[in-house]
Design a protein around this ligand. Structure first.
Ligand code: AMP
Length: 286
């Protein structure tokens, strides 16, 4: 497995692979890899001839007062995970390599309401930063496929939209949420939680389980399901709801009706740590 820190090194390697007729998969990450990331890398390695993992804490997707500086980092361990899961190249650029002079004047931004829903309400510049960095990574790596987790369901929908709107010709593959044994969705930010908060954080996956069960039992009114989920979370003293909402899985438009592929998503503060979780309505299971 190779490690590259410059755009030029990545381009040269991918050019050589493409010359040999090999397909390339890209897994964009911010590092501090866990089993969620590992499942994406493994899926890419199974579906593509070569896999590139990017490890880059992207400053343009963090707002003022967010955790850019304190975001956990452990590049040595990340490399071990990448190698074990079958990655061929890890791209670990400095901020100045991705943003010359540490800045960019050019952004990729979806201009309808999609990035303003859910996480966009409290993180207004987040998805502009995500689209910009993902777009740059697509231009640098030029993969045939790119792999994203369903844990960040709004991000996945936005990337699919960007790829369609800008004719990227890259297949976007969504991968299921990987959870701890007790249900908590794996996240690099789980490391911020104290032991007491770690227990409290279970209210997110419990709310997901409750919502899924209600849909499975035939409830189709989103307001009823969302209220039950909110009530469950409200019983946890360390939890503060940012949002618990139902939106169309493709457009992110709010909906009161639970039809196939509606996304039921939440963001909840546990102490000062903001965690997200979600499920997609699958009526055929019910
Ligand atoms: P991040 O490093 O948090 O930016 O995440 C990089 C990629 O890993 C994104 O596509 C995430 O959706 C995905 N990911 C993060 N956590 C999980 C998880 N628990 N299960 C599946 N995918 C995940």
């Amino acid at each position: 497995m190779k490690i590259a820190t410059t755009i030029e090194e990545v381009r040269a390697q991918v050019r050589a692979w493409h010359k040999q007729g090999l397909t390339v998969g890209l897994v964009p990450t911010m590092g501090y890899l866990h089993e969620g990331h590992a499942s994406l890398i493994k899926t890419s390695a199974a579906r593509c001839d070569r896999t590139v993992v990017s490890v880059f804490v992207n400053p343009t997707q963090f707002g003022p007062g967010e955790d850019l500086e304190s975001y956990p980092r452990d590049f040595e361990r990340d490399c071990a995970v990448c190698e074990k899961m079958g990655a061929d190249l890890v791209f670990h650029p400095a901020v100045t390599e991705m943003y010359p002079g540490g800045q960019t004047a050019t952004y990729v931004e979806i201009l309808d309401d999609m990035p303003k829903q859910l996480c966009g309400k409290t993180r207004p510049i987040h998805f502009r930063g995500v689209c910009t960095v993902v777009s740059k990574l697509f231009n640098i790596v030029q993969p045939e496929r790119a792999f994203f987790g369903e844990k960040d369901a709004q991000q996945l929908a936005i990337v699919r939209r960007m790829v369609r709107d800008l004719s990227y010709g890259i297949e976007i593959v969504g991968c299921p949420i990987v959870r701890e044994l007790d249900g908590l969705a794996k996240s690099s930010r789980n490391t911020y939680l104290s032991p007491e908060e770690r227990k409290a954080a279970l209210c997110l996956s419990q709310a997901v389980r409750l919502g899924k069960k209600m849909v499975l039992e035939g409830e189709r009114d989103a307001r009823v399901v969302l209220n039950a989920m909110r009530n469950l979370i409200a019983h946890e003293p360390l939890a503060r709801i940012d949002y618990v909402e139902a939106v169309d899985g493709e457009t992110m438009a709010p909906t009161d009706e639970l039809y196939d592929n509606v996304l039921v998503a939440m963001a909840v503060y546990i102490g000062s740590t903001r965690l997200i979780d979600n499920f997609s309505v699958k009526l055929q299971e019910g």
